[in-house]
Design a protein around this ligand. Structure first.
Ligand SMILES: [Cu+2]
Length: 192
């Protein structure tokens, strides 16, 4: 099991993505691309603003984005809200501009970062370039607090996965597979 340590509270933190879920999603993925062609998209795709919560247990032993994976259309706005009373969080795109991280956003897309959000604070960004956007929480990346947004034109499924980029396994495990996001529209962590 992957156990890492919360940078702020020094307590062990488990990744938000339970291994039980991973197995199930893996089975899903086989039919994911085909399913994406006909399955209805999740509710996020029709929302004027797509909401993502930055959440955590009261004792800080787990932190996560919810949804951790979401499908939207070009031009939609994503709004993160820190709903965690006990922690600061960020939504920070993978890009060299952000702490020298590998670029995991589409060509032509502008890297974003909310910087630290206190409880109750929000940050929003409008994503116009289609592609896959991976992002992390500055203090909790190594606890697996990462997320993925797929910005797809209607019918678009030709997304290539990013290389592993020497990222820790706990981080890679935190990105829901692209095909599953395309098929389900929204991926929520299981009960925390
Ligand atoms: Cu965080």
């Amino acid at each position: 099991m992957n156990i890492s340590f919360c940078g702020m509270c020094r307590s062990p933190v488990k990744p938000a993505w339970p291994s039980r879920m991973k197995r199930r999603e893996f089975l899903w993925e086989g039919g994911g691309l085909a399913a994406a062609l006909w399955l209805p998209a999740g509710p996020a795709i029709s929302a004027p603003v797509v909401e993502v919560a930055m959440a955590g247990r009261a004792d800080g032993s787990r932190v996560w984005f919810d949804p951790m994976g979401v499908l939207i259309r070009p031009g939609q706005t994503v709004r993160w809200t820190n709903t965690d009373k006990g922690n600061s969080h960020s939504a920070t795109a993978y890009a060299p501009e952000n702490f020298d991280h590998p670029r995991r956003i589409p060509d032509g897309a502008k890297p974003f970062s909310s910087d630290y959000l206190l409880p109750g604070e929000t940050f929003e960004v409008t994503l116009t370039v289609a592609g896959v956007y991976d992002y992390f929480c500055i203090p909790h990346e190594l606890s697996g607090m990462v997320g993925r947004i797929v910005v797809a034109k209607p019918g678009q499924t030709d997304f290539r996965p990013y290389p592993d980029d020497d990222l820790d396994q706990v981080i890679l495990d935190g990105f829901p597979p692209i095909a599953v996001i395309l098929a389900k529209g929204e991926i929520h962590p299981e009960e925390q």
